[in-house]
Design a protein around this ligand. Structure first.
Ligand code: SF4
Ligand code: SF4
Length: 381
């Protein structure tokens, strides 16, 4: 296992961390439920192989991720660093920050959380929540009292806002998404890392999409890596600004495979990395011309999830993730993790087009995307 320093925290983290956003599930007669036992097995195997940090959140799996984490850590007391995210949507007034922190400490059965993240905020909402709930002061107080080691931020706003957050000089650690399909935060991460902030990224395999990238893309990338999993993981850790990346690993086999690939201490060759960056940036630019995923077109009176459908089309058309995109589109109205309706609900009111900064002909496009993304469309129409 490789270890790297986490900014100026003095902590050394394994380059791979254990994420608990997606826990293993048992399935029987179309019913699914989280398997805490299997989650613990996977976590324990990861600790045995050198992983020294686990990341969880109040909301992940309705609290079961924190429960699984606390049970897994019972036999590894004090050896594993914990990251946890506050449920921002529940922070309404003074005292709430402390209340949820204490609840999470209790659920995790620890006296202190190493990286306690402000979550799900942009710069403006962070400031306005602070106005009503005084959460910055609460975080500093909790840190002084030893309940939090490092005040941290989980970031998913436009890249330029990371500079604003960095310049607040409040955070020791910033966590954000970063992978082969989405490296928008490249420059922002570099800026934050240079200021001494530790960077932990998430979704190194883009929720499994990278594993499914077609052979055509691998050929274009001319990569020396053995498969897409290795490509995705080693691409992320090749970025020197990144200390570690968190992968949600559901099985012991997944843990062993991921650790095997990140343990290769030979970095990707500079020429190979340059080629990967160039090619993926080209695809990225094509994707941005279709839709920037800004979300300005929402809300739609028919609740059509416009940005999501555009992203699925991009995965299909630009990245060749055809099966993935079609499966996700078919389950759009039944997947509990995704809100909104599919393109069939659009009644061409035109409201979204007026709001789109790129003047995308949304309604016409949705009609076309529906044909592409519905696997049975041609057969049934
Ligand atoms: S045109 Fe369609 S997608 Fe756009 S706002 Fe109207 S109903 Fe929604
Ligand atoms: S406003 Fe336009 S660019 Fe932004 S998400 Fe909607 S369709 Fe995409």
């Amino acid at each position: 296992m490789l270890f790297r320093s986490l900014g100026r925290t003095g902590v050394k983290l394994s380059v791979l961390g254990f994420g608990t956003k997606y826990l293993p599930e048992n399935v029987e007669n179309d019913k699914r439920w989280v398997s805490i036992d299997n989650a613990i097995k996977a976590m324990h195997r990861s600790f045995e192989l050198g992983i020294n940090h686990v990341d969880t959140a109040y909301t992940y799996n309705n609290g079961l991720s924190e429960t699984a984490t606390s049970q897994a850590l019972k036999s590894w007391p004090g050896k594993i660093h914990i990251g946890a995210k506050i449920p921002t949507h529940l922070i309404k007034k003074r005292g709430d920050y402390r209340r949820y922190l204490e609840e999470q400490l209790t659920r995790l059965k620890v006296a202190c959380i190493d990286f306690y993240y402000f979550d799900n905020v942009n710069y403006q909402s962070f400031l306005s929540i602070d106005k009503r709930a005084n959460w910055v002061r609460e975080a500093e107080k909790a840190k002084d009292e030893g309940l939090i080691k490092h005040i941290s931020l989980s970031f998913n706003s436009p890249a330029e806002e990371m500079k604003l957050f960095t310049d607040m000089r409040l955070f020791s650690v910033i966590s954000c998404g970063y992978n082969l399909l989405n490296f928008d935060y490249n420059i922002a991460i570099e800026y934050a890392a240079k200021k001494g902030i530790g960077i932990i990224t998430t979704e190194p395999l883009a929720g499994g999409k990278i594993v499914q990238l077609p052979a055509k893309i691998r050929t274009e990338l001319n990569s020396s890596t053995r498969n897409n999993t290795e490509l995705g993981l080693r691409f992320v850790i090749a970025n020197p600004s990144i200390t570690a990346t968190l992968s949600s690993m559901k099985t012991v086999e997944m843990v062993e495979e991921n650790i095997f690939y990140v343990s290769d201490s030979t970095p990707l060759a500079a020429e190979e990395l340059k080629n990967i960056n160039l090619y993926m940036s080209k695809l990225h630019d094509i994707a941005k011309k279709i839709c920037t995923n800004c979300g300005d077109c929402l809300p739609c009176p028919q609740e059509v999830n416009i940005p999501y459908i555009f992203q699925l089309y991009i995965y299909y058309q630009v990245y060749g993730l055809k099966d993935y995109a079609q499966k996700k589109y078919s389950s759009l109205e039944t997947d509990p993790l995704v809100s909104g309706k599919n393109a069939l609900s659009c009644f061409h009111c035109g409201l979204c087009i007026q709001k789109c900064p790129h003047q995308v002909e949304i309604a016409d496009q949705l009609k076309e995307f529906h044909k592409t993304l519905s696997p049975y469309y041609r057969a049934s129409n």
